[in-house]
Structures are given as structure tokens and as C-alpha cells.
Design a protein around this ligand. Structure first.
Ligand code: 9WN
Length: 430
């Protein structure tokens, strides 16, 4: 980040606050995203938070991943939430994913697979090379098992792109990209429930009740078959090709292949190469040339979704866009940035149902800014990357380290003292 003159003091303050947030949210080897609102270990949060820990304590960064992978299922799935200790402040918790008599240790769905990207970054930048090699050797087979699970459980028809079966798996729960597919899910007779999130943040910032009814309908349907990964793909009434998951997976596969080469695992590198090749050509089917943006797809209708979201820029982070697609994406991004005070909005600010404060339906998420700027740089759009970074810096300095921000006013929103925002700050400014 190029800091405006005289801002060194502000930056140091920001770094100190970020460090304190990670320390406060540390639960002994894993980091909760935010007190009260999210009291467990979340999958992609942890993988990103490890990048923040790496700037403070390499051993602690590796530990974050080890804790996450300690919950890996036998079939290879790495769960979206790990319930290390009971907590009454989050719904749905272990007794809903399992039962009151037999609570589960984790959820039975996953999240965008950031971990291999983190492992490569930690390994490449490690000061303690010996520790890094040892941790890489321990984690590599686990990463591989998870990526194989994506291929077999989430692309059983060999399309080259993986399916996402629950909005929570996408990490962008109530994104407008899921509106059509989610409202096609019939709401079952589900046990009455009380949401806990609304006790922590304003309901105007959170997903709506009709969305939660469907999130739970899906959960109970999956629970009924014990989250059997061979059945879920075929029985889920919600099945999408999510751009975020597929972009992160594509990038993670590039990094997994790099790690395999580093370990001299040629055969595995070839296997991963096969997945990359298949995905590369399949990605083109998600490109909306007219819109100048990639789009997610509803696998059950076969249609690209209509919503234009910030996930549409993530093929840059993946490195899967062509040079001309990257040019279109950069032009679209500039248009979006010109419409708001602070980028990057999570939803097209030109849309009539753009909501600057409601979760994934407009607000700025610092983790997404980090991914998109990484991608812009890789394609040579340095000025645009700097513009987004300056915007992000301004949000952090003026509004604090929150879950997300209003792109119109800059106001901080969602959970406070938020771990992955703090971690991105450390990774960026350190
Ligand atoms: C459900 C923890 C998580 C993030 C997701 C974000 C939100 C959970 C929720 O919080 O999702 O997983 O209850 O809203 O959408 O990306 O991992 O920070």
C-alpha cells in the first residue's frame, strides 16, 4: 500500500489494534471471527487470519491451519465451522447440525478452500524454514484429500467446475446471486428456531427470515442423510456453480501444484494439473461478455444468474481470466468504483436492489478487496489496485476494524473488532 504522507502514525496504530484483535479473539490455537456473533472456528476466516498471524508469530499461523484440519472428515471434507467448545451465542450450533443427544463437532458443509493458498504464502515467506517444511509435509496430504473431495463429491459429473450446495458454503450467504436458486427451494416443515445473530447486529444488516428458513431447510435435508457426500450433490434443491468457490479453488489448485513440485510429488502435481486444465476451459462458460463480468450459474436450471456481484472479479485472483477478459473486468470495476465513495461494493451499485448495508448485498468486504487487488496486480492493473487499496486504507483508518463497510458512507457495519479484517490489515501493512 502506498500510504498518504504523514500517515505512518495512523498505520502503526492500525497495526497495533489489529494485533490486539487477533490476540483477543484467540481461543488457544484458533481464532474466532468476532466475539458473540461468531464464537467458533470458521474455515475460510481461519485460512485468511493465518496470514495475519504470520506477521506476528509464524508458529501460531501454522497452528491456525492445524486446528482447522484437525476437524477434517474421513471423506476429505474440511467443515465450514468447527465447534471446538460449546457456545450459546450462535445459531445453528452443534446440537442442530447433530442433535441435542449427539451434538456434532462441526458442520457438514464446507467453504471456499483458501487454505492451500495460505500454506504456500506461509511457506514461501517463512523465516523459520525448517518449521515451514515440517508443517508443509504434515498439511500437504490433508490439503490434497480436501481438494480431491471437491473433485469427487462436488463435480461427480466431471464438468470441471465444482458445485456449492448451501449459500453458507459460498461464504457470501445472502448474495443476490442466490436469490433465484434459493427461492426455488421449497421451505419444509422445520422445527421452530430462534436466530442469535439478530441479538448481536441490526436486522437491517443481516439476511432475511425467508432466507434463514431455506438455509435451515437445506441443513435438515442434509442432516437426514448424515451429510453423505455421495448423496448431497444429487439431492440438494440448491446447487450452484459459485464463482467465489471456483475461483478460490482454481487458485488453490495452482498453489497445491506448486507445493507438490516443491515436495517432489510429480504424480500428484500431474493429477492437480488435470483439474486445472479442465477448470480452465469450463470457466469460459461463466463469462458474460455483454456484462463485462463473470457470473455464477444455477446448475439446476442451467442458467447464469442475473446478479452482478463482486465475486465476478475473482477470476483475476484465480489467474483464469484471459488478458482481454481482464481488461473488461478492470473497466467494469472502474465503473463500479465511480458510482460509490468506497470500493469494492459486493453488488453492482447500478442495480435497483443494491443495499449498501445488508451483508453481501452491497457492502465492502476487506477480504474480497485483498483478493481482487492481488488479481489486478497479477494482470498489470497496478493503478486500479492502488486505488482500491487507498479506499480500503481510508475505511480502516476512519471507521475501525469491522466485519464490513457501507460503500456509500463508509460507515462500519456488522460485527466489531473482526478477525479477518484485522488479519488483512496486518498482511497488507506489515
Ligand atoms: C455463516 C464468519 C462467517 C463468514 C461468512 C459470512 C458469515 C455465517 C453467518 O460469517 O457467515 O457461515 O452466520 O452469517 O457470510 O463468509 O465466514 O465470519
Amino acid at each position: 500500500v502506498v500510504l498518504p504522507k504523514g500517515d505512518v502514525y495512523k498505520s502503526l496504530q492500525l497495526l497495533e489494534v489489529s494485533k490486539q484483535i487477533l490476540i483477543e479473539n484467540d481461543r488457544g490455537g484458533y481464532t474466532i471471527p468476532a466475539k458473540g456473533l461468531y464464537p467458533y472456528q470458521w474455515n475460510w476466516d481461519s485460512a485468511l487470519v493465518a496470514l495475519g498471524w504470520a506477521t506476528l508469530d509464524e508458529g501460531r499461523a501454522w497452528q491456525e491451519l492445524e486446528k482447522l484440519f484437525s476437524a477434517q472428515w474421513e471423506d476429505g471434507l474440511v467443515p465450514h465451522i468447527v465447534f471446538h467448545q460449546p457456545s450459546p451465542t450462535y445459531f445453528p450450533g452443534p446440537e442442530i447440525w447433530g442433535s441435542v443427544e449427539q451434538p456434532m463437532g462441526s458442520t457438514g458443509i464446507t467453504q471456499p478452500p483458501v487454505a492451500a493458498i495460505t500454506v504456500r504464502k506461509l511457506y514461501e515467506t517463512a523465516l523459520n524454514k525448517e518449521l515451514a517444511l515440517q508443517k508443509l509435509k504434515e498439511l500437504f496430504p490433508k490439503l490434497l484429500a480436501w481438494h480431491r473431495w471437491f473433485q469427487s463429491a462436488r463435480d461427480p459429473e466431471n464438468t470441471g467446475l465444482v458445485a456449492t450446495l448451501h449459500p453458507w458454503e459460498s461464504g457470501m450467504d445472502n448474495s443476490p446471486a442466490w436469490d433465484e436458486a434459493l427461492y426455488n427451494v421449497p421451505v419444509d416443515q422445520i422445527p421452530p428456531y430462534v436466530r442469535q445473530d439478530l441479538g448481536h447486529v441490526d436486522s437491517a444488516m443481516r439476511p432475511k427470515q425467508e432466507e434463514y428458513d431455506r438455509y435451515l431447510t437445506l441443513l435438515y435435508r442434509f442432516r437426514a442423510v448424515n451429510y453423505d457426500c455421495n448423496q448431497l450433490y444429487f439431492l440438494s434443491p440448491f446447487r450452484v456453480t459459485d464463482l467465489c468457490t471456483n475461483s478460490v479453488l482454481y487458485r488453490a489448485n495452482l498453489d497445491l501444484r506448486w507445493l507438490a513440485n516443491e515436495l517432489g510429488q510429480d504424480q500428484i502435481a500431474e493429477e492437480v494439473d488435470g483439474w486445472i486444465e479442465k477448470a480452465r476451459s469450463a470457466f469460459d462458460s461463466l463469462y458474460d461478455e455483454e456484462g463485462g463480468l463473470y457470473k455464477s450459474k444455477d446448475q439446476l436450471t442451467g442458467e447464469l444468474v442475473t446478479a452482478k456481484t463482486s465475486a465476478g472479479f475473482l477470476p483475476l485472483f484465480a489467474r483464469v481470466a484471459s488478458a482481454s477478459q481482464a481488461a473488461d473486468l478492470a473497466a467494469t470495476l472502474e465503473r463500479w468504483l465511480n458510482r460509490v465513495k468506497h470500493g469494492i461494493p459486493s453488488y453492482d451499485p447500478e442495480s435497483s436492489n443494491f443495499e449498501p448495508l445488508r451483508y453481501w448485498r452491497g457492502p465492502v468486504w476487506v477480504i474480497i478487496n485483498w483478493m481482487i487487488t492481488d488479481g489486478l496486480r497479477a494482470y498489470g492493473y497496478e493503478d486500479l489496485a492502488l486505488r482500491v487499496e487507498a479506499d480500503t486504507y481510508e475505511l480502516l483508518v476512519s471507521h475501525g476494524i469491522n466485519e464490513y463497510y457501507d460503500p456509500v458512507t463508509g460507515a462500519a457495519a456488522g460485527g466489531k473488532l473482526f478477525s479477518w479484517t484485522a488479519a488483512m490489515c496486518l498482511a497488507w501493512l506489515s
